[in-house]
Design a protein around this ligand. Structure first.
Ligand SMILES: NC(=O)c1ccc[n+]([C@@H]2O[C@H](COP(=O)([O-])OP(=O)(O)OC[C@H]3O[C@@H](n4cnc5c(N)ncnc54)[C@H](O)[C@@H]3O)[C@@H](O)[C@H]2O)c1
Length: 567
């Protein structure tokens, strides 16, 4: 059998090499000539366990070739696999330009029947569009070759790509064409000899299956991250919760780890594309939208905790970072949580010394030379003299470090573990301050005296508040008061307040008088007035509050009672 693969990235290279390993004659083509030349010498630009050996072995056998010549590739393979990237466009939609470019070059050169299999992750309808474009290009050439466009999404995991491809859990083939099904069944037969794992379905279902799978995985991660935030607030340990929840066979343990957020080339991009597809069809994918925003929040969490631990200022602090790649086993830095943390720390004038077993170079080329950012050759070198260590990627070698040496090496024995690698009790015994995600010590993020950053929603038993903006002498907040809830009776000494009711019907109490308000009403709370808000209704109340004064910190609030017992 002869096949061609368009795009020598993670998916193309792995697919091409694995097909060649089963005896298929494969040409992998790429527009990046430098990449092709390196691949022809057996030099890989990506790190995937087992891939280098596989590529070299099949290059030597002659079954695998690399080329920059599209015509040669299109003439060679009866099946043409599209494995180019589908990056996110400006509004989260998948940018399909590379896919269409390949489709058009296949159409320009095909000498007869071709099976075009789309392995790139593409939204529902993309294969139909590829089919349309090939038909149009053939018509323009005056050629009437038959062809099939099949959705054949790829499910391999970065870091275990070769083994996933060799031992797939399912092979999804979306087409109604008998000829295409027969070809792909034969091509994939060596990969599932024990039992049939080929799922043949219509094209739209195959396209959606890929997005559904990634959205489900992302949902599990964000769900656990959301619960981790709650665990921190109620004094629970998310790892114990995970063990209890995962024991249920209907739920299981996979993808149930709380941490500092998911990254990679797939989950963030595919969830965004799914949300976008839904919107394009007049539908809202509310769960997946929430999954993505929980993940954004989670990626910011480590930095915020570190900042809060150091009293709000990180200027001059040295933070050691273990792990850069978005997950272990790969040097893939796409959407890696480490990038969010590094940017945040540098923006706060902290210094960062990072170590990753394989992704250092890739990170360096991505971020370039940056003041305050350096790379270490080992985990301990990264930790030397640091004010704190942040663990971002769960590489196996970080799981059991020499804790004695680590404590001696760090300037301060403080660890922010974004992957919950260690037991909080053990870390305490070993003399560390240990902050996990949903376990370990809690950072005192809100001691009642600090100001909260704009955009951070701060939850209270009565509802929540969020800073909308602040400047010299003023701050603007949005308050949400849950039905039946009341805020503490209080007084300010250095600011007065204006409330505008955005929705709902609260009762404002001001110096002993009750004022029933409705949407659009405004009330002024002058300096020194004793006041509180109550929501007697069944719907949440939303207020916008403008505070004016020379000092706006929370410790200017004199509370006469504390509705949730903090005072
Ligand atoms: N990386 C993963 O783990 C993974 C897993 C499953 C599915 N996918 C999906 O597979 C697709 C490819 O992902 P990737 O990570 O392999 O991308 P990648 O960026 O690593 O590789 C894409 C390659 O295509 C090449 N290319 C671009 N235009 C070309 C053209 N016209 N002709 C030939 N080559 C061209 C690029 O030079 C690059 O080498 C994406 O849609 C992705 O969502 C990726």
């Amino acid at each position: 059998m002869k096949i061609s693969v368009h795009g020598c990235g993670y998916v193309g290279l792995v697919s091409g090499a694995c097909f060649a390993e089963t005896g298929v004659n494969v040409i992998c083509v790429d527009i990046d000539r430098a990449k092709v030349e390196r691949l022809q010498r057996g030099e890989l630009h990506i790190h995937e366990p087992g891939l280098e050996d596989l590529v070299r072995r099949n290059l030597e056998s002659g079954r695998l070739r690399f080329s920059a010549d599209v015509r040669e590739a299109v003439e060679h393979g009866e099946a043409q696999f599209i494995t180019v990237s589908t990056p996110p466009g400006g509004n989260g939609e998948a940018d399909l330009r590379q896919v269409f470019a390949v489709a058009e070059s296949i159409a320009a050169h095909m000498p007869g029947y071709r099976l075009v299999a789309c392995k790139s992750t593409v939204p529902v309808g993309a294969c139909a569009e590829v089919e349309k474009r090939i038909a149009a290009a053939l018509a323009e050439r005056g050629a009437d070759h038959e062809f099939d466009v099949v959705s054949n999404p790829e499910f391999l995991k970065g870091g275990a790509a070769v083994s996933d491809f060799m031992h797939p859990e399912r092979i999804i083939v979306g087409t109604g064409s008998r000829r295409a099904i027969d070809f792909l069944s034969a091509l994939y037969a060596p990969f599932h000899r024990k039992r049939d794992r080929l799922g043949v379905m219509d094209r739209a279902s195959a396209e959606l299956t890929k997005y559904a799978a990634n959205a489900m995985l992302a949902t599990r991660v964000s769900f656990m991250n959301e619960l981790a935030g709650l665990a921190e607030r109620v004094g629970a340990d998310i790892e114990q919760v995970r063990a209890g929840v995962g024991a249920d066979k209907r739920i299981g343990y996979n993808y149930l780890y709380a941490g500092c957020g998911y990254g990679g080339s797939c989950l963030p991009k595919d969830t965004a594309a799914l949300v976008r597809t839904a919107r394009e069809h007049g539908y809202r994918s509310e769960i997946v939208e929430a999954v993505a925003s929980v993940n954004d929040r989670q990626k910011a969490l480590l930095g915020e905790k570190i900042q809060a631990h150091f009293g709000g200022s990180l200027a001059g602090r040295l933070i050691a970072l273990w792990g850069l790649s978005f997950k272990p086993g790969t040097d893939d830095m796409r959407e890696a949580p480490s990038l969010v943390l590094i940017e945040f720390l540098l923006s706060q004038d902290a210094r960062v010394r990072a170590y990753d077993p394989v992704a250092g170079e890739r990170c360096k080329s991505l971020l370039g030379e940056r003041d305050g950012l350096e790379y270490a050759a080992s985990a301990y070198e990264a930790a030397r003299g640091a004010d704190a260590l942040a663990i971002v990627t769960e590489w196996p070698q970080f799981r059991s470090p020499d804790f004695g040496r680590l404590r001696e090496t760090l300037g301060q024995p403080v660890i922010f573990d974004g992957r919950n690698l260690y037991s909080p009790d053990m870390m305490k015994d070993k003399g560390f301050r240990y902050f996990g995600v949903g376990r370990g010590e809690r950072v005192a993020r809100d001691n009642g005296s600090g100001m909260h950053p704009v955009g951070e929603e701060v939850f209270r038993p009565w509802g929540s508040f969020e800073g909308l903006g602040q400047g010299q002498g003023y701050q603007v907040k949005r308050l949400r008061v849950l039905p039946g809830e009341t805020l503490s009776l209080q007084r300010h000494h250095r600011r007065d307040e204006h409330w505008v009711v955005v929705s709902g019907a609260p009762v404002a109490e001001r110096d002993g008088e009750s004022h029933s308000l409705k949407t659009g009403d405004h009330i002024h709370i002058p300096l020194g007035a004793v006041h509180r808000i109550h929501n007697p209704g069944d719907e949440p109340v939303e207020l916008v509050e403008v505070q004016l004064g020379d000092y706006l910190g929370e410790d200017d609030i004199e509370r006469f009672e504390d509705v949730y017992g903090r005072a």
